[in-house]
Design a protein. Sequence first.
Length: 428
Amino acid sequence: MIDINFLRQNPEAVRENIRKKFQDHKLPLVDEILALDVKRRELQKEGDECRAKRNSLSAQIGKLMREKQPEAAAKVKEEVVENNDRIAQIEKDSEEISAKLKQAMMSIPNIIADDVPIGRDDRENVERQRFLEPAEKSFEVPYHLEILERLRGIDLDSARRTSGQGFYYLTGDIARLHSAVLTYARDFMIDKGFTYVIPPFMIRSDVVSGVMSFEEMDGMMYKIEGEDLYLIGTSEHSMIGRFMNTVLDAAELPLTLTSYSPCFRKEKGAHGIEERGIYRIHQFEKQEMIVICKPEDSAEWFRKLYSYTVELFVSMQIPVRTLECCSGDLADLKYKSIDVEAWSPRQKKYFEVGSCSNLTDAQARRLGIRYKSEKGNAYAHTLNNTVVAPPRMLIALLENHLNADGSVNIPEVLRKYMGGKDKILPKQ
RNA sequence: GCAGAAGUACCCAAGCGGCUCAAGGGGCUCCCCUGCUAAGGGAGUAGUACGGGAAACCGUAGCGCGGGUUCAAAUCCCGCCUUCUGCGCCA
């Protein structure tokens, strides 16, 4: 959510930003908001005046009662009752206007960074940089499920019976590799100075509605029956919820946190759950990074955050590239976003393994995350980025480190978490 | 999960329908006294959000959160959340 004061003073800048995102259907919202805003302030002023009147008349009644003048008091009462009818009407109107205003404001996209490439959708995202040369394979790389099955690392049939489509059993060395990746990623981030956090895996509805829209919630979140609780879709939900409606000390900033959690998603959206494999699933695990900082520091943190992910993948000898989200593909809350994509030797293209976003103060304003600045309380900036999210990430690891004989090399950095093993061997 | 108690500002805390637009202390800020220290005296201190105003300043909201009753709610009623104590259940 953007600052309504900014919109009031720079309506043209807001319109221009909407055009850049190819959301022209939202252009009329700007004038609607300006009108609603005027109306809202008028109502508040009148309401405040009525309440001031009630306060003073009620005080008069109290005084008359003490002085034992019930007739005079009754007279004033009538006046207050009349005034209260007006207050009730104003409150009703005011609530209606505020709700409309909030809804409209929520639809206004965050102002995007100057250097975001202009484009309509994900086809116009722009590659920024590549890291490591993809190695040529002398053999055909099979679908990841086949690799996993040869390594006795997966059981999807049983998972379908116990839980349905979109779940998996990982077994043996693959399960261990899964844990190894997460543990390595955790330690990697701790070494970068981040604080490790294990958050709640379920959150209440008020937190859910704070961090996402109703449509997103409907498409993603699993609700616990009979409880006001939802399974988190990412640890960002509980990590950011932690700071809802709080005022942080400036000295505490930046908060640099790395959280682990399982993630649960309905994946109701356009593509849904894959029939085969573990690319898009209902349950996965993720190591995440979250930064809450002062506005002047967020650009620098953004750059650092995605470069940490790049560094992590490079340390496992997985070729990656950074892909900048174009204006049209950028979610409305985001100021700037860069995806980290890993090389798939099978598909001979890169695929998304992480996403880094600077939300500036848009998320903080919506959730009331502030800090004490020299000039009073100000909204902080929030950023989030994937460190690593297996099992999807394992696809990249398995494909890139697959040998012709079906074995998979374990990257040096993971070996200490794999009992010193340097290879996972296929069944004979 | 059950029962009891509680939630007031940075902290402690009084108030339990109008005389409180929340008393009093501690702390904090400023001033005075003091050779230094300890101690003492005085003044200020409700942060915040929204609105009005060029500004000084004014108004409204706000006593865990959300509703309700009332001319009037920190105070009465209902729901929820949190904390503490005891019992139960677990890892």
